[in-house]
Design a protein around this ligand. Sequence first.
Ligand code: GAL
Length: 701
Amino acid sequence: MKPLPKGFLHGADYNPDQWLAYPEILSEDYRLMTLAHTNVMSIGIFSWSALEPEEGRFEFGWMDEVFERLHAAGQSVILATPGGARPAWMAQKYPEVLRVGKNRVRNLFGHRHNHCLTSPVFREKCGIINAKLAERYGKHPALILWHVNNEYGGECFCPLCAEAFRGWLKARYHTLEALNTAWWADFWSLRFSDWSQIEPPCDHGQNTFNALALDWRLFVNHQTIDCYQAEAAPLRRITPETPVTTNYHRELYDLWKFSRHLDVVAFDNYPFWHHDPRQGFYTLVAPNPAEEDGLGLSPTSDYFVAMEAAFDFDMMRSLKGGEPFLMMESTPGSANWHMASPQKERGLALLSAMQAVAHGARSVQYFQWRKSRGNYEKYHGAVVNHAGHENTRTFREVAEIGSLLESLKGLAESRIEAQVAILHDWEAMYALTEDNGILNDLFHNKPAGYKRAFMPYYRALVENRVSVDFVPPDGTWWEGKKLIVAPMWYLVREEQARRAEEFVQAGGILVTTYWSGVVGANGLCHLGGVPGPLRHLMGIWVEETSSMHSHRSVGVRLRDGVEFEAGQFADSIHLEGAETLSTFTNGIFEGQPAATSNRFGKGRAIHLGTKFPLHHLRSFFSSLLDEQMIPRTFPADLPPGVYATRRKSGNGDVVFLMNFGDAETIINTTGLGWVSHPDGALIHTAIRLPKFGLKMVLEKA
Ligand code: GAL
C-alpha cells in the first residue's frame, strides 16, 4: 500500500464541477492554492451528475483537466466516490435507491445521503462509476487516497432493509426459538412464530421492544459498513496500492468495527465555537452540583467546546491504535448549519486547526475551498469567499496555518503515547440509549447522552495533564495501559469481565461507575446482582441505583472528612471484599459507601457509586496517576482554560500548550530548559499565552 505523502496534508474539499462555466475562476483557484500553502484537494464528493449526467453516459473530461491542473499546481488529490448524492435520473428510474423513513414513507429525490443501505441497484450503480474512476485515475501520480461516499449516517426502513435485517437475524440466531429467548419475547406477547413477522422499529409499531431495537442498531451498523465495503470493492480490486477511507462525522456508529476497514481514519470536525455550551447538541455544561468544575471559567467559555473537540480527536486517534488520523473537514470560518454563525475570534482559526495536530492529526483540511455561489452551503465558511481573492482575513489565516504545518514536517507521522484509557463501547451505548428506566431525560433515545456522561471523566484526566486514549471493551490496545476508566459500562459480557480481571490482576487500575455491569448481550439483565460479571473483580454488590434530576443532590464524605455534594446517580453498595473510599452523608443510602476500592492481584478495581463533582474527580485521578507513575504532559498545574498534549518527535517530545480560556495567561516554565518549536528559541522562565494562543515547545530526549 502506498503511504500518504510525508509531512502534513493541508487542503480542502474542492468542487470545480460547480464552476465549469467560469474558466477564469478555475484558473484563479490554482494560483490561490499556492498562496494558501495547500498541498491536497478532495474532489468529486458530490459530482455524480457531472460525471454521469444520464444513465450510462459518462463525462470525465472536466475531471481529467482538474487532475492535471491540480497536479501541476503541486496539489495531491483525494478522490471521492460520488455515492453521497445520487443524480435525479437514478431516483426517478429506480426509486428503490431512495431511503424510507421510520414512518415507512419513501423519501422523494433530494438532499444528499438519501440512499438505501441495501438497494442492489444503488450498489450496482456505485460499483460501475467507482470502477470507472479507479480505472481512469488509479495510476495518476496526484492520487493519494480514496474517499468513499461522505459521512455515512442514518438508516433506511424500506422492505429491502427489513428483509436484510431478518437475514442478519437468521445468521445470528439460527432459530426463531433462539431469537425469542434472547429477546425475552414472552413479555407483552411479543413472541414470533414466523420470521416474516419481524419488522424494524417504528413509532406506530415496535417502539418499546428493547432487544429488537438494540439488534436493529447493530444491524444498521453492520449494513452501513457493508455498503461502504461494496462501494470500496472496485477501488480495492483495481487500485490495491491506493489507501481507502471515509470521513466520519459524529460517533453514532461502532467505529471500532468500521475502522478495521479503513486504511486511515478521517474525521470532520465542527465544534460549536462561541456558542453557549449549555445549549445545543451535547449541552456540555449542566446546572448540576456534580458538574461544577471549580475552574472559575465563565459558563460559556470556549474551553468547554474545546474539550469536546479534544475528546473527538483522542477517539479518532485511538480507532486504529494510535495511528495519526486525518482531519478531513473543518470550517475555516463559521458553519452555516450551527444555531448561529459567529466568525472565529482572533487566534482561534490557527489554534483550532492546531488542536487537531496536537491530538495526533496528520492533516488540516477544510470544507470548503471556495464558497459555492448558490444553494445550501453558500454561506458556509471557505478558504476563498465570494470576493474571490486572497485579501481576506480567513485566507491569510489559512495561509499562516499552511506555512506553520510546512515547518513542522517531521511531526506528521509522530504518535502520542498514553498509559491512560477510557473504555468506550458502542454496543453498551446502544443498549443504554435504547433502554429506558434509569434517567430517560438524559439517555433514552439520546446517544449524545452517552458521550456527555463521559465528559467529566475525560476532562478530569486531561486536566490532570495526561494523554488519554480510548479502548474497546474486548482488550484490544489495552497493553501498556496502567489506568482504564470505564464510565457507565452498562453492558458487560462475561469474557469482557474476565479480560478486565486480567488487566487488574497484572497491576492495572480499573475504575467503573454507577450503572455498570447491569446487562449482558441483548440487554438482558444479569441475574445474581449488579455489577454482574464484574462483581467478583469490584468486590461489591449494588443492590439498587437511584437516579435524580439536577435539582437534587446527595452528600458525600471522604475518608479525610472532606464533604461535598454529588448527584445524578447513587448506588446502594454492599461490600464484598472492597473497602470504602467515601460515604453518603444523607439520603436513602446514608452511611453506605459512595465509592469503593478492591485490591485484586497486583492492581485495584475502583467503583464510583455517584457522579462526583469534577473538582473531586480531578484530585482523585491525580492520586491514581501518581500511584501508577503515569507521565504527565506538563510538569505542573496549568492555568484554567489551558491544557497540554505531547507528540513524540525524532529528538524529543513536542508539547502543545493551548489556551482556550477566557483571558491571556502566564505559564511558569522555570527550570524546564525547554525550547520553542519550531524556531528553537530558548524559553526562560515563563510563556505568555494570549486568549486562543498556542505555544509549541520541544523537550529534548
Ligand atoms: C459536512 C459535509 C460537507 C459539508 C460540511 C458543512 O458534514 O461532509 O459536505 O456539508 O458538513 O459543514
